[in-house]
Design a binder for this molecule. Sequence first.
Ligand code: NAD
Ligand code: DAU
Length: 337
Amino acid sequence: MRLLVTGGAGFIGANFVRQTLAERPDTTVTVLDALTYAGNRASLAPVADRIDFVHGDIADLDLVDELVSGVDAVVHFAAESHNDNSLADPWPFVQTNIVGTYSLLQAVRRHDVRYHHVSTDEVYGDLTPEAAAFDETTAYNPSSPYSATKASSDLLVRAWTRSFGVRSTISNCSNNYGPYQHVEKFIPRQITNLIDGVRPRLYGAGHQVRDWIHVDDHNRAVLDILDRGRIGQTYLIGADGELDNKSVVRLILEAFDRDPDDFDHVTDRAGHDQRYAIDASLLRSELGWTPRYSDFRSGLAATIEWYRDNESWWRPHKALTERAYADAGETEISTTH
Ligand code: NAD
Ligand code: DAU
């Protein structure tokens, strides 16, 4: 199998490439990545001599066409992925997530190459505390520029599949955690703050709920879908890991032997989604997928250990990331609950 992996220098893509080569040594992998602020070649260092790395943009039609013509399948991870950045400047999200996906779809259409599209549960908007979890039939209702552009890209995939016969599958996954995640994201930000002796930063009251899944479980599901998924089908990926943000911060503080209230409430995110939750029944029943990381606490402990052991990987990005949050106006707030 010859795979083109877009965004393979990012968090989930790099974990996917390393995992795929470890479990399927016969696979040939080409990574296409623009190395934006979120891409890091160091994440691929352990497999550097086993992949072809192409530094380029998924919106470059000629480059994408040439690369797609030489592979059996494309797994498309590349994206602008951070909600807060999309609120500060939506344009790169439109360009990469929508135009970039268009470019890949035109190439897989022309060369009749199998295509897997990696998407997010955020396309469905958010849930009230008592609502049933998202499933494959939930209507799209995105809230942020990030999730709106991901929803747009999903719809392009569905149209290219129906109208042009593109052999595609889509997966919509919940919040990932694990090694090699950029320090702008919630869990790595709090871990690296605590390593630096800085208090964790909780948006608003911290009652929002996310459905956490270990990145390796997400990527195993992607491989299962690539192998045995039905063409034209969407699969939701989630590991029944619902937790509110305050509880996550408290678990991280506990792992650092710190007082559970040793965090700051800061300015809330505009349009902040309240709750995500995934019903992954279809993936489990049809493809036999089950998560291997069923205990969030131990997955979190391993992730904390990874950040402690790999300071050289994240340190160059920490100060800049924190400055961006400060420049965006993040300030401490008081809350009564
Ligand atoms: P990330 O931001 O860590 O990595 C994105 C990668 O894409 C980076 O390596 C970046 O350099 C690359 N990239 C960005 N623009 C590009 C372009 N124009 N051309 C080529 N490469 C480009 O993102 P992530 O968290 O690893 O997310 C990967 C995918 O998974 C995204 O599509 C995201 O929407 C989806 N997803 C993420 C999560 C999560 O919890 N992180 C959950 C569900 C789905
Ligand atoms: O649900 C899947 C999505 O999960 C992916 O599509 C996105 O690419 C990924 O970034 C993630 O989106 P979120 O916005 O949920 O993740 P983030 O890590 O930014 O924030 C998680 C929660 O924590 C969210 O409710 C906001 C909150 N938060 C975040 C940061 C950075 C804080 O309370 N404090 C923080 O410092």
